[in-house]
Design a protein. Structure first.
Length: 488
C-alpha cells in the first residue's frame, strides 16, 4: 500500500516511524546516564573520565547538527535520516561488544554522529508530513515522544541495567532501532519533498567552522567551573570559538551555497524565536541539573524518591505539548509561548525560595510547573521559527532549533554550577556534596547543606531574570497563525 497517496494516513505513519526512533534515542541517552556508574566500575574509570561517555556523544551531536541539516536539504531527508539509523545501529553494536573504555568512547562518538543525522531530519520530516494548519500539533506530538522517552525510557533503562548490565541497554536499542529503520524505509517518501539539487554545493569549510565554533564553546563551558573561567584552556577554547565563528560568518557571506542563510537572523520572528529559545533553555537547565542534588543530598531522600518527585516534568511535557501546538495552530504562536514562559519563570522563581527544610510538595510543584512550561513553550516557539522558511530549508532550520537547545542547556548548567561553586567557596566550604557521606559532625553537615541551598538559590535568581528577558522579547513579537495560511 502506498501511504503517501493519502496525506491523512501518511502523516500518522510518518509520526509512528519517527516516534519509535526518537523514543529509543531519548531512552538511550537517559539510560547511558544511569549506566555510567556500572561502566566506571567495569573499566576502572573515575568520574572525570567516565563523563566523556556523555560529553563526546553530546559534542558530536551539537557540532554536526547544522551540517547534517544542510546535507539533507541538498541530498534528501529520507536518505540522511535512514543512513543515520544505520550508523546508530552500528554504534550500538560496537558499544555492546566493547572490551575497553576507548572502544566504548568510539561507539558513543559513532552514535553521536548518527543522532545528529536523525535529529536534523526527524522534525523536518514530521513538519512536511502534516499540513501547515497542523504544524503546531505535529511539533507538539514530537515533543510528547521526547517526554515519554524521558519518563518511560528512564524506567526501562534502569531495569535493563540493573538486571542484565549496561550492555543490555545498547543491545535493546539496536533491536528497536532496527524496527524503526524498517518502518522508515517502508513508509517515508523516497526524497521527501526535497528534490536533489545537483547544482547546490555542500559547504565543507562552513561545516568545519560551524563545528569548531560549537565544539570549542561547549567544551569551554563544560570545564569552566572545574578549571576556572580564567584558566588558559578555557580562555583558549573561547578564543578558538570566536575565531571559528568569525570565519564561519565570512564563509557564509562569500559562498554561493551557504550552510545557512544569515539574512534569516534579520527576520524578527527567527531572531526572537532562536534567542528566546536559547535564553529559556539556559535558564531551565538549572532546574534539570541542580534539583536532583538538592533532593538527594540536601533533603536526604533516595534516588528513587528523587525520580518520583521529578516525574511531573516529563508527564506534563507529554500532556501539554500537543495541546499547546493545537492551540497555536488556531489562535497563533504568541500567547502559548508567553504562557509557557510564565510557567517556566514561576517554577524557577519558586525554586529561589527553597531552604534546607522545604517539603517534597514544593519540589513537586516546581517540576509540575517546569514541565508544563516546557511543553507549552516549545511547540509554538518551534512553529514560529520554522514558519520563516520554505520546506526546502526545513532541515537546516530544525537543526538550528535543536542546536540552540543544546547550547542553552550546557551554557546554563555551566553558569549555574559556577554560581554554586563560588557561593560555597566564599563560605569556606569545599563545593563537593559527596563529603556529606563521610562527615559525622551535624553542624558541619548543616553548614554544607545551607551553603549549597544558598548557592542554588542565587543560581535560580539569575535564571528567573533570564526568563523575564525572554518573556520581554517575545511579548513584542508577532502572533503567527497557520489555520488559514496557504501552503508554500
Amino acid at each position: 500500500m502506498n501511504f503517501s497517496k493519502n496525506q491523512n494516513i501518511y502523516k500518522w505513519w510518518v509520526y509512528s516511524s519517527i516516534a519509535v526512533v526518537i523514543f529509543v534515542q531519548v531512552g538511550d541517552q537517559t539510560g547511558t546516564n544511569i549506566a555510567m556508574p556500572s561502566m566506571s566500575s567495569e573499566f576502572n574509570a573515575d568520574i572525570p573520565t567516565v563523563q566523556w561517555v556523555y560529553l563526546l556523544y553530546t559534542l558530536c551531536i551539537s557540532s554536526l547538527l547544522l551540517p547534517m541539516g544542510r546535507f539533507s536539504d541538498i541530498f534528501g531527508r529520507k536518505y540522511v535520516y535512514c543512513s543515520g539509523l544505520v550508523v546508530f545501529i552500528i554504534g550500538g553494536i560496537v558499544a555492546t561488544i566493547s572490551t575497553n573504555f576507548p572502544m566504548l568512547l568510539i561507539a558513543r562518538a559513532i552514535q553521536g554522529i548518527a543522532v545528529s543525522m536523525i535529529l536534523a531530519n526527524g522534525m523536518a520530516l514530521l513538519v512536511e508530513a502534516f499540513p501547515k494548519s497542523e504544524r503546531g500539533l505535529a511539533l507538539g506530538l514530537y515533543l510528547s515522544v521526547i517526554g515519554m522517552g524521558g519518563l518511560l525510557g528512564t524506567i526501562l533503562s534502569g531495569y535493563l541495567v540493573s538486571e542484565y548490565g549496561w550492555r543490555a541497554l545498547y543491545m535493546a536499542s539496536v533491536f528497536v532501532s532496527s524496527g524503526g529503520l524498517l518502518l522508515s524505509l517502508f513508509v517515508l517518501k523516497k526524497n521527501s519533498s526535497v528534490k536533489l539539487k545537483s547544482h547546490s554545493k555542500f559547504d565543507w569549510y562552513g561545516a568545519i567552522f560551524s563545528a569548531g565554533t560549537l565544539a570549542s564553546f561547549l567544551l569551554s563551558m563544560t570545564f569552566s567551573h572545574t578549571l576556572g573561567w580564567g584558566s588558559f584552556p578555557v580562555l583558549m577554547g573561547f578564543l578558538i570559538s570566536v575565531f571559528c565563528l568569525i570565519m564561519f560568518v565570512w564563509r557564509e557571506r562569500v559562498f554561493d551555497s551557504p550552510m545557512i542563510d544569515l539574512s534569516l537572523f534579520r527576520n524578527p520572528v527567527f531572531f526572537v524565536g532562536t534567542l528566546g529559545r536559547f535564553l529559556t533553555f539556559m535558564a531551565g537547565s538549572s532546574v534539570f541539573f541542580l534539583m536532583p542534588f538538592y533532593i538527594i543530598q540536601v533533603m536526604g531522600l533516595s534516588a528513587f524518591t528523587a525520580a518520583v518527585l521529578s516525574s511531573p516534568m516529563p508527564i506534563m511535557m507529554t500532556l501539554t505539548s500537543p495541546l499547546s501546538g493545537k492551540i497555536s495552530d488556531k489562535y497563533g504562536t504568541k500567547w502559548p509561548t508567553l504562557c509557557g514562559l510564565f510557567c517556566w519563570g514561576l517554577a524557577i522563581f519558586i525554586s529561589t525560595t527553597l531552604t534546607v527544610d522545604s517539603t517534597p510538595f514544593a519540589v513537586l510543584l516546581i517540576h509540575f510547573l517546569a514541565g508544563a512550561g516546557n511543553g507549552i513553550f516549545q511547540s509554538p516557539n518551534q512553529s514560529s521559527i520554522v514558519s520563516v522558511v520554505s520546506s526546502e530549508k526545513y532541515g537546516v532550520v530544525t537543526s538550528v532549533i535543536s542546536m540552540v537547545r543544546t547550547a542553552g542547556n550546557l551554557t546554563g548548567t555551566a553558569v549555574a554550577t559556577s554560581i554554586v561553586v563560588l557561593t560555597m567557596s566564599s563560605m569556606g566550604l569545599e563545593p563537593n556534596l559527596s563529603i556529606l557521606e563521610t562527615v559525622s559532625d551535624p553542624q558541619k553537615i548543616a553548614e554544607i547543606r545551607f551553603a549549597f541551598t544558598e548557592g542554588i538559590s542565587r543560581a535560580f535568581m539569575l535564571a528567573t531574570a533570564i526568563v523575564v528577558i525572554s518573556f520581554s522579547l517575545n511579548i513584542f513579537g508577532p502572533n503567527i497563525k497557520f489555520v488559514s495560511a496557504k501552503s508554500k
